[in-house]
Design a protein around this ligand. Structure first.
Ligand code: NAI
Ligand code: MG
Length: 335
């Protein structure tokens, strides 16, 4: 079956890393139809909008989107972030972050990890409802039963399809009694269903304990599910355990679209130098392939990326001497 893939290259190193992904997908001979649309700061300078409606519509129509990175200028009032707008417009409620050891060394790297952080992507403290009262300011935190149920269900379905046996529900219901109370109750009801039907175990952890346990015994986690802000923080903490920004990939997934992207930004300091690390984008591409059901291809690409890392063909940010083109060449030869 043919799949329609939208390419949003973005700014800075976005085009450099996405071009590698597209070249590799084309080399793999899959039945994919690529189309391209514009998003980001260069797009804003060209057409006056960082995320034109035509791009939003194209992402909605595509089976999946690969997104590079965009530059968000700090000094333009009311500027809207391309990726945040896409998440909201397409209701991409699940933010998925795999935490998978690939044989890197150094830093906080830990071998043998293979788990997911699933973050609710549309509500919580990130709804942008803040009010300034002069000497104090208030941010609203929205938790809904519907939003909680669908993210926890997503986490359990992920567990089921990836052979995981445990889901860890993370909250702070002892303090945030109403909002996280609702999240917790809803999560535990879903958990009961999956325990009875599939024998998938539930574990509950308070977010502060979770932050410690991620460092202390990360090998004990399989799928972690939590609300927006907690997930934002924990997923970056977890990413450090397997190599950090250079290999961190994410998916934003909903009923009306799915966008796969590296976690890093547009890296203006190295843009145009040919040394951008494409691994994170390629791991996002692996997630994209899994999402469209091309599981064999996903496995093949993941193995080629892992082999390239083990062979030490790494960009400078990972301590190597290879440039972007060299990494691409090595991955193609490992496919
Ligand atoms: P950044 O992630 O772009 O860069 C941080 C540091 O990591 C820089 O030293 C950069 O050279 C390095 N780096 C990042 N990705 C790399 C790669 N693939 N290969 C080699 N080195 C890499 O974050 P920063 O500097 O805070 O933001 C730069 C721009 O990116 C800003 O305009 C920011 O708003 C935007 N941004 C966009 C995101 C997105 O599109 N999803 C996410 C984060 C930031
Ligand atoms: Mg973040």
């Amino acid at each position: 079956m043919s799949h329609n893939i939208l390419i949003l290259k973005g700014d800075g190193i976005g085009p450099e890393v996405v071009d590698v992904a597209v070249a590799i997908l084309q080399h793999m001979g899959l039945d994919l139809n690529f189309s391209e649309a514009k998003a980001g700061y260069a797009c804003f300078q060209e057409v006056g909008d960082p995320i034109p409606q035509t791009t939003i519509d194209a992402a909605r129509a595509a089976d999946a989107t690969i997104f590079g990175a965009v530059t968000t200028p700090p000094d333009i009032p009311n500027y809207r972030s391309a990726v945040v707008t896409l998440r909201r417009e397409l209701d991409l409620y699940a933010n998925l972050r795999p935490v998978h050891s690939l044989g890197l060394t150094g830093g906080h790297y830990r071998e043998g990890l293979d788990f997911y952080v699933v973050r609710e992507n549309t509500e919580g403290l990130y709804i942008g409802q803040e009010e300034d009262f002069g000497d104090y300011a208030v941010a609203k935190r929205l938790i809904t039963k519907k939003g909680s149920e669908r993210i926890v269900r997503y986490a359990y379905e992920l567990a089921r399809h990836t052979g995981k046996r445990k889901v860890t529900v993370v909250h702070k219901a002892n303090i945030l009694r109403l909002t996280d109370g609702l999240f917790r109750r809803t999560a535990l009801a879903v958990a009961k269903e999956y325990d009875e039907q599939y024998g998938i175990e539930v574990q509950e952890l308070l977010v502060d304990t979770m932050a410690m346990r991620l460092i202390k015994d990360p090998q004990n986690f399989e799928v972690i599910v939590t609300t927006n802000l907690f997930g934002d923080i924990l997923s970056d903490e977890a990413a450090e355990l397997v190599g950090g920004l250079g290999v961190a990939a994410s998916g934003n997934i909903g009923e009306h679209g799915a966008i796969f992207e590296p976690v890093h930004g547009s890296a203006p300091d190295i843009a145009g130098k040919g040394v951008a690390n494409p691994f994170a984008t390629l791991l996002a591409t692996v997630m994209m392939l899994q999402h469209i059901g091309e599981n064999a291809a996903a496995q093949r690409l993941q193995s080629a990326v892992a082999a390239t890392i083990r062979q030490g063909v790494l960009t400078p940010d990972l301590g190597g001497t290879a440039n972007t083109a060299r990494v691409k060449e090595q991955i193609i030869s490992n496919l």
